[in-house]
Design a binder for this molecule. Sequence first.
Ligand code: DGJ
Length: 729
Amino acid sequence: MRQILPLFFCLGLILSTLLSLGQRVIPILTKNNALVLEVSRDSTVTTAYLGIKLSNVDEYAKINSFYRQAKDYSGVLAAAYSSSGSRNLTEPAISVTHEDGNNSLDLKYVSSSTQRIDGNISLVSVLLKDPVYDFQVELFYRVYFEEDVIEQWCIIQHNEKGNVILHKYASTNLYLKGDKFYLRQYHGDKMREMQPEENILTHGIKTLDSKLGTRADLFMPSAFMVSLDRPSAEDEGNVLLGALEYSGNFRIDFEVDHQDNLRILAGINNYASDYQLKPEEKFETPPLVYTFSDMGKGEASRRMHRWARNYKLLDGKGSRPTLLNNWESTYFDFNEPKLGELVADTKKLGVDLFLLDDGWFGNKYPRNGDSTGLGDWQENKQKLPHGIGWLVQQAKDQQVKSGIWIEPEMVSPKSELYEQHPDWVVKQPLRQEYYYRNQLVLDMSNPQVQDFVFKVIDELFTKYPGLAFIKWDCNSIIYNAYSVYLKDRQSHFYIEYYRGLYNVLDKIRKKYPTIPMMLCSGGGGRVDYAALQYFTEYWPSDNTDPLERIFIQWDYSYFYPAIASSNHVTGWGKQSLKFRTDVAMMGKLGFDLIVNKLSKKDLEFCQEAINNFNALKPIILQGDQYRLSDPRENAVASVMYLDSSHQSGVIFNYLVNNRYGQGSKLPIKLKGLDTTQYYSITEINLYSGIASTLPKNQRLSGDFLMKVGFNSDIRADRPSVVLRIEQVQ
Ligand code: DGJ
């Protein structure tokens, strides 16, 4: 290896000489933003700028001369990808032990290229190599010009004589300058997902991470926002919004350095995950997706939504079926007659699909509770004597579709699968088993397990081609991480688990490209843009109390578009059926309640709301979302969706504070309208026999609605109001 060093070094020198003569910067540009990399005289690639685009590209090179910050002793503080063991004094993006036991790494510019993928997407790559070791990192930036979105990741490779140990392998090393930095992060648990906290970042390192394996987001997701100079505002200020496209353990370090700049190192969590990289093996990190907005977090979120619908979310431009789920109405207790009624109820309600939840499988260990049967994916003979085919036929007879729940990565300690394949189960061989929801996780790193999981899904679809929906659940986190299959490569487990899972999902999507699948994880324990390439929607929380959901959905909505949010009307909460339905309509509408217990009026209301939802699908599922009034700051929450032409929309308003006299005291300013046009506003989703208190046939200008606003007359006896807004002549 050492003999070929001079070649790398010379190449580096030649290129850096060329660069110093001409190409000093690598601009990575979107419609409104710029990420500018700079190659220094010693071939270090640094970040010169990340923010709003300048009109004159030549001026990026001047930016740094206008900063009078503390001395950068190492010269690599702003490195586009920082290494460890050489000059770097800060948290590294990468840390390795070479084949000869040496821990140092220095990465120098070798080349860069820009490939135009299509009219909107380009791929910038920057190759960095160590001048001493035959080790390289190639940085990739996939640029979505119109959406102002960048996906950034890297591929790590070497040609040393033996394995190199990767101790850390971040996807990105962003570098931001600002007066102050405010981090909006999220924490939670089952039933209280996406609780925001926003704080100033002080010097040192703040880390967001997960070590949970599966359900990696249970306590915190990788989604974050960083606002520059002042805390984030909905419609103003500079905000970077990002999330790691990875479903497993993640780690995001926010380091404010001694120069007061912010470094963001995001990637797979290296916790218990030293990786033995073989010569010539490519280690590809998952992308961090991010967007920057100088118009606040609202615009940043709309950019992310457009990108997700256009490019990432499975069938992002498609529609979504409405459904009736039986989980809350039956739990594990059902049989064919009951299911027959539920299918008939699906038709009566007017939704598209009946979704059979947990409990339909297992015979030796019937799934009559949450401690048995996972893994034994055969119909329970007592509950479904005529099998899933019978259910599919019932649905067909009722002219609705049918779908099924499954939790294929899991196994119950009481299951035939566990008895037959104890070595497929993630557990420490010498330690006592420890359970989350009485279950264990299958070892997805094992190809035999991958085949098993694929076969389970494949057989369901082949045996029952009428099945039109899958709810893919994942309730357990990983305790006692150990894989029999991986033998002495235990530190690869968390990574190989996800390689295995994505491998299965790839195969499923190759064979069944469009069947809608819900990404569920006992609530929002798993939602990210890697998984959403395979799934059409996610389940934000098992907490379906509509008041709680207003808050939970609000913060999820910064990162994920409404079309991906499965919202079900259930019996949870003290609010009316109308309130619950209105809240569920802010995303992909579903129901999980006992339809035959609904009063005539309640049923009529639901039917009418479903009709309204179907008519509003292009607006809610594909439109632009504007947050008008924040439930964390006001007594009224208000969210608006406008269609792509911004001529037609819907506004959801809720009372979120029940203290005496609270309500919409002030008009709420609308957004996204044309100031030169006029609009009519009509209340919809009215409960039968209740008239709207709003004046009829009002014609108001966009100018008025955006400067003065509109009062939806929210108060204790009108706690939920849905408004239809249309441009009129
Ligand atoms: C957790 C999910 O979030 C619920 O909706 C339901 O499917 C149960 N699992 C079933 O066990």
